[in-house]
Design a protein around this ligand. Structure first.
Ligand code: UDX
Ligand code: UDX
Length: 452
């Protein structure tokens, strides 16, 4: 099949590489010419495991260009541009709509490609894109049906290619059988798992063929929001229980295991800690709440998940206040900046909220991150955080360390040696991943989340 993807971000680029790898001819368009030029040289602008390697393998099937390279004679057009959140919580469709206008002015033929909304978009967006494209085509004289399908992505950053090759399900929201069949053909190698396993991503043991779910565009759009919101609520749930565990003397890791082994609950997404961040959870929950507001239907649980998540970051400050007594004049070292391991993405990262609050309280904040540090060095998020080039520099003179991102290298650090460099030996384990016994033996005051 011939596919054009519009938007070369985490989602668009991963989708393009995956579809090219399973045998389609893919052309990826982006408005950012620097990004296009980099990609044409094989330079990947996002930190996503395996994308660079696979890009080299699929270069005969994957090309990049700007809008001048647009070709309407393809089977499917996938929209994967950003849908940032507005201040009122609504998803901003400015980019999606500008792409729809662009398509409307370029789709002049009598046989139109299927347009696919891959970006996370509010309920009714498939219909909106359809009406914008149809309006912009009004002078072509062609009455070819404009078919817009909602096909949400469920990709985790840092595992996006894995999730693309081995999804649990492919969701297609459309009323047009033709459009559903085109998507079924596009995803056939994944639905049947007939592609050669990429070296980087062997097929998981016990992986079962993904479901191909066909539904209405509205249900498909709601599936995306409902999935992300549920995952965020599950995390906020265990974080609320963690707060109680601390106060009653329970261990949240054992409580999580005790409930997670119930197959109706499940162990994944029950790790208590500093809470969730990233470009999706907060944005998507706020969008869902905003949609509820439009119908005067208060999304109580979703709002509570946001409030609990916000409190997790405050709890880290309280732990530091209880251990250090005075924050003003102290030096705090953050272990990790990215919102989770495996990515360099700082969108809604807990580290930034914690750092900014500590700076407001008069602390000097340093941070070390094996991948995302360059974003602080480039002052992408202000210039108040000192960037440490290694853990030793981070620990030197610090009164406390806070593990915010559970990068695997942080579990192997020589904490006894790092402690000797510190002014006070306090460590807050924001992800409950460190060896509390060894740290206490090394003279640290150790505080976890939901752990006594
Ligand atoms: C984004 C949203 O964040 C996510 O919620 C949605 O599901 C998919 O789109 P992501 O890939 O992270 O995911 O977006 P981003 O990293 O912001 O990349 C978007 C790309 O689209 C950028 O490269 C940008 O240059 C490009 N773009 C944006 C266009 O080509 N045209 C536009 O009009 C706007
Ligand atoms: C999420 C969804 O998983 C994905 O399906 C959707 O397409 C985009 O949003 P992502 O945001 O990349 O993916 O990260 P994910 O791995 O789901 O983690 C989200 C956040 O939850 C991270 O900040 C992570 O640190 C946190 N988390 C995750 C917890 O705090 N506890 C957990 O047990 C799991």
């Amino acid at each position: 099949m011939r596919v054009t993807v519009i938007g070369c971000g985490y989602v668009g680029l991963t989708t393009s590489v995956t579809l090219a790898y399973i045998g389609h001819q893919v052309h990826c368009i982006d408005q950012d010419e620097n990004r296009i030029r980099a990609l044409q040289k094989g330079i990947v602008p996002v930190h996503e495991k395996g994308v660079s390697e696979l890009l080299g393998e699929v270069k005969d099937h994957l090309t990049f260009g700007d809008w001048d390279s647009f070709d309407q004679s393809v089977d499917a057009l996938i929209i994967a541009v950003g849908t940032p959140g507005k201040k009122n919580g609504d998803a901003d469709l400015i980019y999606v709509e500008s792409v729809a206008q662009e398509l409307g002015s370029r789709l002049t033929g009598d046989k139109l490609p299927v347009i696919v909304n891959k970006s996370t978009v509010p309920i009714g967006s498939a219909r909106r894109v359809e009406s914008v494209v149809r309006y912009c085509r009004k002078n072509t004289g062609s009455n070819a049906p404009v078919m817009v399908v909602s096909c949400p992505e469920f990709l985790r950053e840092g595992a996006a290619l894995h999730d693309s090759f081995y999804p649990d399900r492919i969701v297609v929201g459309s009323q047009h059988d033709y459009a559903v069949n085109i998507l079924r053909q596009v995803y056939a190698p994944i639905l049947e798992q007939t592609f050669n396993e990429p070296g980087f991503f062997p097929r998981p043991d016990g992986y079962t063929l993904p479901a191909f779910i066909t539904t209405t565009p509205t249900s498909a759009e709601l599936i995306k929001y409902a999935a992300n919101t549920f995952l965020a609520i599950k995390i906020s749930y265990i974080n609320e229980i963690a707060g109680l565990a601390e106060r009653v003397g329970a261990d949240i890791r054992e409580v999580a295991r005790g409930i997670g082994l119930d197959k109706r609950i499940g162990l994944p997404y029950l790790n208590a800690g500093v809470g969730w961040g990233g470009s999706c959870f907060g944005k998507d929950i706020s969008a869902l709440i905003h949609i509820g507001d439009q119908y005067d239907f208060e999304m109580l649980l979703s709002s509570a998940a946001i409030n609990v998540n916000r409190r997790q970051r405050d709890e880290i400050i309280k732990k530091l206040q209880s251990a250090l007594k005075v924050i003003r004049g102290s030096t705090i070292g953050l272990l990790g900046l990215s919102f989770k391991p495996g990515t360099d993405d700082l969108r809604d990262a807990p580290s930034l909220t914690i750092a900014n609050r500590l700076i407001e309280l008069g602390a000097h904040v340093k941070a070390y991150d094996p991948v995302a540090a360059y974003r602080i060095q480039n002052n992408e998020y202000g210039s108040n955080i000192e960037c440490a080039s290694d853990p030793e520099m981070l620990a030197s003179g610090a009164d406390a360390l806070v593990l915010v991102t559970e990068w695997s290298e942080f579990m192997q650090l020589p904490y006894e040696q790092l402690g000797k460099l510190m002014r006070q030996k306090v460590i807050i384990d924001g992800r409950n991943v460190l060896d509390s016994g060894a740290l206490k033996d090394a003279g640290f005051v150790y505080l976890g989340v939901g752990i006594c």
